[in-house]
Design a protein around this ligand. Structure first.
Ligand SMILES: NC(=O)c1ccc[n+]([C@@H]2O[C@H](COP(=O)([O-])OP(=O)(O)OC[C@H]3O[C@@H](n4cnc5c(N)ncnc54)[C@H](OP(=O)(O)O)[C@@H]3O)[C@@H](O)[C@H]2O)c1
Length: 408
């Protein structure tokens, strides 16, 4: 527990780091101040006195007067070095770096156990939405059935701008970057990888499942075709990037994936606009709940970092209780199926034999072709045609569900 004042060693002074500086200045109730700031670019002008900044991580990590490290840099490998050394030195850590967390979650859980030092990361999943601590604590004794939602702010901003303001994909992406919503590497957002990294964190705290990011089928918004957009419009659906993790009935299987999805207008996620995130939890006793809030940006993200700093003052740490409580659960894509729309051209087509059922087929010389059908999640993930140029896969409305063989 941090009994005395919090003296922060802050790594990163970009969008979120500067946001945190402002937020701390306006939060006099929390006795926390930034003692030193580690950054990278010596040529960059800084809005604070030069003496506060350093370019060597050792200056922060070896400074015994700094009792908390806040890691807000955009380099996951360096972040891992910083976070692990800080924990080994007994310094509590707060981070927003979902890529680093998702790639190293097992080691980081072990290191927290070995060192007894807390690592908190509320800002790493859905920015301002208090998701991790709720999954960890509020749903501790309630059986969670699913978490699903829009968990990447920049892609939701892009999809909203394309739909409402008729911007091109490139125009919408540069607006998201200018507003500080996008990752430094835009591929992380538009290829769905950022949402996948957050889904790894949600799986750990919702179901006690620690999986590698590569185990999750992930399709981003960079491959959405004009025909898929037109189909969505004609049917009156919203097009969203949706992450879902669902416990399937019966056998302890959990299915999880990130895909663009057609959402009915009356669904909660259809009204999640701009950089907002929305997460729906479904659980046995609490039933259906919907979290809505800003999923990116300086202050919303800094507010979650602030909340973690405050939690350190009362000795809070993640206990990862579900890792033991839910040891019978396993990620099982072979047990799940979903409904999809596939648009394609003459150059490459989906293999119809991969589908359990085909529902609709459409061919046009001018607009391209599409089919809709039911397919196994694992079969889709392994399909050779999935990543072929000109192929676009979008989920139709409806949850991931147990495949018939698995449901028997
Ligand atoms: N932006 C958001 O809305 C948002 C939301 C949730 C989570 N996050 C996460 O928060 C973190 C920071 O994002 P951001 O948007 O604030 O990024 P950013 O604006 O690009 O700022 C990155 C900062 O990291 C510093 N940095 C990079 N490599 C470094 C290194 N090797 N050593 C020391 N400092 C280094 C940079 O230093 P210089 O100033 O010298 O260039 C810069 O100050 C990322 O992990 C991101 O995924 C961001």
């Amino acid at each position: 527990m941090i009994r005395k004042d919090i003296r922060i060693g802050l790594f990163g002074f970009g969008v979120v780091g500067q946001g945190l500086h402002t937020v701390l200045a306006r939060t006099p109730g929390l006795r926390a101040r930034i003692g030193r700031i580690g950054v990278k670019d010596r040529a960059k002008p800084r809005p604070l006195p030069a003496g506060l900044f350093t370019y060597s991580r050792h200056d922060l990590l070896q400074d015994d007067s700094l009792n908390v490290i806040v890691e807000l840099i955009d380099d996951a490998d360096e972040a891992y070095r910083i976070v692990t050394e800080a924990l080994r030195r007994g310094k509590a850590v707060v981070t927003a770096n979902k890529k680093m967390l998702a790639e190293h979650l097992p080691e980081l859980i072990d290191l927290q156990r070995q060192t007894g030092t807390p690592l908190l990361y509320e800002a790493a999943a859905c920015a301002s939405l208090p998701v991790i601590r709720n999954l960890e604590e509020y749903y501790d004794n309630d059986l969670l059935e699913s978490v699903e939602g829009i968990i990447n702010g920049s892609t939701n901003y892009i999809l909203t701008a394309m739909h409402h303001d008729a911007l091109s994909f490139e125009q919408a992406l540069s607006q998201a970057q200018a507003l500080g919503f996008a990752e430094s590497n835009p591929a992380l957002d538009v290829e769905g990888l950022d949402a996948r990294n957050k889904l790894v964190l949600l799986l750990a705290h919702a179901f006690g499942l620690v999986v590698a990011p590569t185990q999750l089928l992930t399709i981003g918004i960079d491959r959405i075709s004009p025909l898929a957009t037109a189909y969505a419009k004609e049917q009156g659906y919203a097009l969203k990037l949706v992450a879902e993790a669902r416990r399937l009935p019966g056998n302890g299987s959990v299915a999880a994936a990130v895909l663009p999805m057609l959402v009915k207008p009356e669904h909660e996620l259809a009204r999640v606009q701009d950089e907002y995130n929305g997460l729906i939890t479904q659980s046995s006793f609490a039933d259906r709940q919907f979290f809505l809030g800003r999923g990116a940006g300086a202050f919303p993200t800094a507010s979650a970092v602030l909340s973690d700093l405050s939690a350190l003052t009362y000795g809070y740490r993640y206990e990862y209780k579900k890792l033991h409580q839910q040891a019978h659960l396993a990620l099982a894509p072979s047990a799940a199926e979903l409904e999809i729309l596939v648009t394609f051209t003459d150059a490459a087509a989906p293999n119809e034999a991969d589908f359990r059922q085909l529902h609709e087929q459409f061919r046009s010389g001018t607009r391209g072709h599409y089919l809709t059908g039911t397919i196994g999640l694992e079969r889709l993930a392994q399909a050779a045609w999935l990543r072929a140029p000109g192929i676009c896969v979008v989920r139709l409305p409806g949850p991931l569900r147990a495949a018939p063989a698995a449901a028997e």
